[in-house]
Design a binder for this molecule. Structure first.
Ligand code: ATP
Ligand code: MG
Length: 324
């Protein structure tokens, strides 16, 4: 992202041509410019500090670095989309469903319903807005090789006539290691707008990291990779207004009190603070499952009951569904 590529008269309106040339020669990135002091830039370009301040301000504006009022923030939040989970109880716990513009993490042991919920969301994101969808496509990063088009078709068949179309609107990326997973994530910024993706799923985020970075020696490297990835995911969610749903495995708790049970999410502190919504899933009797929202910055901790049945995610077992 060099200023040479980015600078145009329109973008840096009010700055003379000759000065622009000087800036191009110096080859500053917008990021570098936005962090410079007026004095530093003025000296380097042999210009007045006032003019240097203007350049820095323009660079920051171009990068979108400026404070919002809380009211503006509220407006942005109001415009964000939500995808229904299929369970009204689950949706109400999250004030309307899975939100775009943020990361939602589903944590749980085997069979707790993580993957089933992901399948359901891949269908629901395609629904019309008045039915809880976003009329968009899903991108499914499958690190555990449990993606099942048959199961998605089965769930969809209880409510949707054209199940072939449902499958056409889900892009699947099977991955066998961290590098491939990261390569797909790097492609997202291009694919999301091209394909009208509204939901990105990583099922699971933990699998490759836990398999590849074994032992204390590699812990720092692993945590660094996770931190970079988390940052990238937050950026994608916000910049493209997509919902990012990530599943995570559980491990025996290191800190017994932190999560209120004997278990805690894998991936440690490098990851723990990044998802805006973290939900523990656990098995109950039969097809019943319990979802517990914890550590949310916006919603109270809460626990609800939902079901994973042949028809997918619902509030009852069997589900009472309407066809459309
Ligand atoms: P893991 O950590 O092993 O990936 P998970 O949380 O992703 O576990 P899921 O695949 O979401 O687990 O849930 C599996 C459960 O979903 C099964 O045990 C079963 O109860 C339910 N399930 C899966 N397929 C069907 C189906 N066709 N009909 C009814 N229930 C099903
Ligand atoms: Mg799974």
């Amino acid at each position: 992202m060099f200023i040479v590529e980015q600078t145009t008269m329109i973008q840096l309106e009010g700055i003379e041509k000759e000065l622009l040339k000087k800036l191009e020669q110096k080859d500053y990135s917008l990021g570098q410019l936005s962090l410079m002091s007026e004095k530093e830039l003025a000296e380097d370009l042999e210009i007045e500090e006032e003019l240097a301040a203007l350049i820095i301000q323009k660079a920051q504006e171009q990068l979108g670095i400026h404070p919002y009022t809380a009211a503006e923030f509220l407006e942005i939040e109001r415009r964000r989309g939500r995808i229904t989970t299929g369970s009204e109880e689950f949706d109400s716990m999250l004030n309307g469903g899975i939100w775009t513009g943020e990361i939602t993490e589903l944590v749980g042991s085997f069979s707790s319903g993580k993957t089933q919920l992901c399948f359901q969301l891949c269908i629901n994101v395609q629904l019309p807005k008045d039915l809880g969808g976003l009329e968009g496509k899903a991108f499914f990063i499958d690190t555990e090789r449990t993606f099942s088009p048959q199961r998605i078709e089965e769930i969809a068949s209880f409510r949707i006539k054209n199940t072939k179309k449902v499958l056409d609107n889900i892009l699947v990326a099977p991955t066998s290691n961290t590098d491939i997973m990261l390569a797909y994530i790097n492609q997202l910024e291009k694919i999301i707008p091209e394909e009208n993706i509204k939901l990105v799923i990583i099922d699971s985020l933990a699998a490759h990291f836990r398999a590849e970075f074994i032992g204390k020696d590699r812990l720092v490297e692993r945590q660094q990779k996770i931190m970079n990835l988390a940052e990238k995911l937050v950026e994608i969610a916000v910049d493209h207004d997509v919902a990012i749903v990530v599943t995570n495995q559980i491990i025996a708790a290191i800190d017994q009190f932190l999560y209120g049970s004997g278990e805690e999410p894998a991936l440690g502190f490098a990851w723990a603070h990044r998802p805006q919504q973290r939900i523990f899933l656990r098995k109950s009797r039969g097809s019943a499952r319990i979802a517990r929202l914890f550590d949310s910055s916006r919603f109270p901790d809460r626990e609800i009951l939902f079901y994973v049945t042949e028809q997918g995610i619902s509030d009852t077992s069997p589900a009472s569904l309407e066809f459309y």
